[in-house]
Design a protein around this ligand. Structure first.
Ligand SMILES: Cc1cc2nc3c(=O)[nH]c(=O)nc-3n(C[C@H](O)[C@H](O)[C@H](O)COP(=O)(O)OP(=O)(O)OC[C@H]3O[C@@H](n4cnc5c(N)ncnc54)[C@H](O)[C@@H]3O)c2cc1C
Length: 353
């Protein structure tokens, strides 16, 4: 484990770059950026435990992918021990570097199969001046997408999060999570949680978001909406979104809940076993078939069987079944070239020889 290799080596506000060691915890990276008047714009529920090494190696996403991309677009440089024991010193955070293959991008999302990441140069951005969080009720996922495009047209890049929540999922949260309150007076088949930010010196984010949402009503894109009037209300709205998985677990009844990061095209699709069944037994009997069914649909639509969390061992067979043979062969060739003895995280992402 590299958890004790957790130093923030440097923060440069001139370059907007932080160099953090692999064991640095994401929440500490946020704090160090904030202390320098900057922001590291990647956040996820596991921020109190997720390390930079793990985030790089799983190419983690989080709630701001819509605006800032995944870890791949935030890692400007990497230091790593390669399988032959040599140190790759690639921390220079050049925005432009066309000297051949990009080892940094190869190591991002490699799940530790090509080397051990020891540190990364991370892109920082200006700290926001204000943020606004809104909840809107609407008729369909298609309307949600139209609403997103409308808001982007009105307030541009300030939209950072756009999360889809079906009424079923909201109902589960209201039923099971203590203190959860319905965000709107009525119920709507679909909902979206929207977060927008504004830079320092600009009008508050809530003003431009409110104006843009008013336009959306006129265009018939949203049925109702509310903008959080305080930080506590903003957190309460985010809480409704973040407790969906927990509420699903508590309900335990057979149902499909599809929700999540509509803005970046990543919908979580959770299928729960029937209430009366023995959960683990149901999963072992039907889990594979349900998963294969969903992955087939996703693949047919040109999607990915892993938008987050990677492949590991669990999705290995499904990767082999659904990925293009050309891609698999190229990955195998890279692995064999860099790690001919197969000593780096054997059996993850690619099978051991
Ligand atoms: C509650 C929760 C919410 C999450 N939400 C999101 C989300 O919204 N979006 C998203 O994309 N992901 C999400 N994740 C997944 C998350 O990205 C990863 O779990 C996390 O980033 C991994 O960090 P870790 O330090 O725990 O790594 P680990 O789980 O320890 O490792 C993950 C992988 O990286 C490899 N690895 C770890 N460190 C190194 C290193 N130094 N060098 C080489 N390989 C290494 C490991 O071998 C393993 O294959 C979530 C996870 C949890 C538990």
């Amino acid at each position: 484990s590299l958890r004790r290799m957790n130093a923030i080596r440097s923060v440069s506000t001139d370059d907007n770059v932080m160099v953090a060691e692999a064991g640095a915890i994401l929440a500490n990276v946020h704090d160090a950026a904030e202390a320098a008047g900057r922001r590291f714009p990647l956040s996820l529920a596991a921020k109190g435990s997720a390390t930079i090494g793990g985030l790089v190696s799983t190419n983690a996403g989080g709630t701001q992918v819509l605006r800032f991309g995944t870890m791949r677009s935030l890692v400007l440089g990497i230091e790593a021990v390669l399988p032959d024991g040599r140190l790759y010193e690639g921390l220079s955070a050049l925005r432009k570097d066309n000297r051949g293959y990009d080892l940094r991008q190869l190591l991002c999302g490699a799940e530790g199969t090509l080397g051990i990441v020891t540190a990364a140069s991370l892109r920082l951005v200006a700290a926001p001046g204000s943020r606004a969080v809104a909840w809107a009720g609407l008729a369909s996922p298609e309307d949600a997408l139209r609403l997103l495009r409308h808001l982007e047209g009105e307030v541009g890049e300030s939209i950072e999060s756009f999360e889809l929540v079906p009424d079923d999922a909201l109902a589960l949260v209201l039923k099971h999570i203590p203190g959860a309150r319905a965000p709107l007076a009525g119920r709507h088949r679909w909902n979206v949680l929207i977060e927008a930010v504004a830079p320092r010196g600009a009008a508050p984010a809530s003003e431009s978001l409110e104006a843009a949402l008013a336009g959306a009503f006129e265009a018939g894109l949203a049925e109702d909406a509310v903008i959080a009037a305080s930080e506590a209300q903003a957190e309460a709205l985010w809480g409704l979104r973040e407790h969906i998985s927990e509420a699903e677990r508590q309900e335990g009844a057979a149902r499909v809940v599809a929700f999540g990061h509509l803005g970046d095209g990543n919908i979580h699709f959770n299928v729960q076993p029937p209430a009366a069944s023995d959960g683990p037994a149901w999963l072992s009997e039907h889990g594979e078939a349900v998963t294969a069914l969903v992955y087939d649909l996703v693949t047919a639509a040109g999607g990915s069987i892993s938008a987050e969390h990677g492949i590991g061992q669990m999705k290995l067979a499904e990767l082999e079944r659904t990925a293009s043979p050309v891609q698999l062969a190229a990955m195998r060739a890279l692995k064999d070239a860099l790690d001919p003895k197969g000593i780096m995280n054997p059996g993850k992402l690619l099978r051991s020889h």
